[in-house]
Write a protein that binds this ligand. Structure first.
Ligand code: ADP
Ligand code: GLC
Length: 478
């Protein structure tokens, strides 16, 4: 705990629990303020006023305060509200022409990106830059913490305003696969200065890249695990931005995500309690009794997550008595593939959709959690798994490699193993991992030791919060 004046930080994000979530960014943005508070960091969070957020605003215990308004913000009137929501100090950008619509945060009802996503998140970034430069009602952030491409244009706006010196900027990459690309013809509509449209600025192969703007113009760059911070510098993982990142290699670091241990406390206290959760989950999933491990996947169904490889390797798990329950949605081919697997095999149960309460019951009842990702900046489900005595079986990449200790002979002997790594991400390697999992499961005692070690693993925010606080202090202005 540090004493003295607080270091003010504005976290700028397109999603945040418990209001809106499509993936791990929401968990991280929602947990950060409370995580860094003991380090003397006073964090406010700037979030778009999607319908669910406005609803939360309407239910706030204390009336939200309007702290700014614009007659025309990227094509319509907008207001900024300050409110305490669910224990978080929020700034909500109410811009109905940009954020009040049906569909998901980024996609229209047709499943396609909203055609004006560039403008929607340019508006968020522009407002963040205004707050960074001028403050709001007597409050000024000394640091802007920018998450993913949706906040990426912020330091470019600051630069264009001649206000880069007014606050520090940290750009965090949660997923480099999304870069906020838009045609150069949008420059005027996005109020971007033409002189920054160059290879040294936010130009990317003739287009505007919001993420590149963040990488080029921010003071520091972070991502969500040390291994992914190294991987990002390579062509294999850098997704076309590895050169930009290598040029700033000295400014790039990796800070692991944690989980909110209170919000994700396991609903059992003993091995017996766990066993009854396993039985309950089997029942809920409609799976028969089995003498193999009950494995779960809770995931977006996208190429990143390697679930096509899981489909191919599934027979190896089932042949050993293992079972799979999957919850997820996304790529229609993968949805169909898993539906078909459930029809073909009694040991497979599949729920297509997004369902947070079910995801929690699955973590509680799982004996293993599978994360066969091709790349994974950090990954959260393996952390929830560790915390719930579900042994992670993970691809040896990114944050998965950093948070799970492989059950090699030395780690098993030392009692520190918490899961199983496999590489490369192929059906053969995953099938081999399933055999290792089932061997350990059949042996009994080593599997239980792994469950115990996982439940004791440090998956909270404390040490990462210290790292963020140190980083904020280094870049804070003035
Ligand atoms: P990513 O952010 O790449 O999707 P993470 O593992 O960091 O991956 O975070 C995913 C988060 O979303 C986790 O909290 C996970 O439990 C949750 N999640 C993913 N799919 C679903 C789903 N279908 N239902 C409920 N929660 C889900
Ligand atoms: C991204 C990544 C995931 C990470 C999450 C939160 O969506 O894919 O690995 O855990 O962001 O940082």
């Amino acid at each position: 705990m540090t004493s003295g004046p607080s270091l003010t930080v504005l976290s700028v994000t397109s999603e945040c629990v418990p209001f809106v979530k499509t993936g791990g960014l929401a968990d991280v943005a929602g947990a950060l303020p409370a995580a860094v508070a003991p380090q003397g960091v006073a964090m406010r969070t700037l979030l778009p006023g999607y319908p669910a957020v406005l609803e939360a605003l309407g239910k706030a215990e204390q009336k939200p305060v309007q702290v700014a308004r614009w007659d025309s913000l990227f094509g319509g009137a907008a207001r900024l509200f300050a409110a305490q929501l669910e224990g978080r100090d929020m700034l909500v950008l109410d811009a109905p022409h940009l954020f009040t619509r049906d569909g998901t945060l980024y996609l229209g009802p047709d499943g396609q990106d909203w055609p004006d996503n560039d403008r929607r998140f340019a508006a968020l970034s522009w407002v963040a830059a205004q707050i960074g430069a001028h403050g709001i009602e007597g409050w000024k952030p000394r640091v802007l913490h920018l998450h993913d491409w949706q906040a990426g244009l912020t330091p470019a706006y600051l630069h264009a305003m001649g206000a880069s010196g007014s606050c520090g900027t940290l750009m965090t990459i949660h997923n480099i696969a999304f870069q906020g690309l838009t045609p150069a013809s949008q420059m005027h509509a996005l109020q971007l200065p033409g002189e920054l449209f160059s290879a040294e600025g936010f130009e990317y192969w003739g287009q505007i890249s919001a993420l590149k703007a963040g990488l080029v113009f921010s003071d520091r760059i972070s991502t969500v695990s040390p291994t992914y911070a190294r991987e990002l510098l390579t062509p294999e993982f850098g997704t076309g931005l590895d050169g930009v990142l290598r040029a700033r290699a000295g400014d790039v670091c990796g800070i692991l995500n944690g989980i909110d241990k209170q919000a994700w406390a396991p609903p059992f206290k003993s091995q017996r309690g766990k066993a009854s959760r396993v039985a309950a989950l089997r029942k809920e999933a409609g799976l028969p009794d089995s003498d193999g491990p009950l494995c779960v996947v809770i995931s977006r169904l996208s190429a990143q997550k390697g679930l096509d490889v899981l489909l191919s390797a599934l027979p190896a798990l089932l042949a050993r008595g293992g079972q799979l329950m999957l919850l997820g949605s996304g790529d229609p081919d993968l949805e169909d593939g898993f539906r078909a697997a459930a029809q073909d095999h009694a040991g497979v149960s599949v729920r297509i959709g997004y369902n947070e309460p079910l995801s929690r019951r699955m973590m509680a009842g799982a004996e293993a959690v599978l994360v066969p990702s091709r790349f994974e900046p950090c990954g959260l489900t393996q952390l929830y798994g560790l915390h719930h005595g579900a042994v992670p079986v993970v691809a040896r990449t990114g944050g998965l490699a950093d948070t799970v200790i492989d059950a090699n002979a030395a780690a098993l002997r030392a009692g520190v193993a918490t899961g199983i790594h496999f590489a490369p991400v192929t059906a053969e390697a995953l099938a081999h991992a399933f055999h290792r999992l089932c061997d350990l499961y059949d042996a009994g005692a080593p599997f239980r030791a792994m469950q115990r070690a996982g439940m004791k693993a440090d998956v909270g925010w404390e040490s990462s919060a210290e790292e963020y606080a140190r980083l904020y202090a280094e870049i804070a202005k003035p």
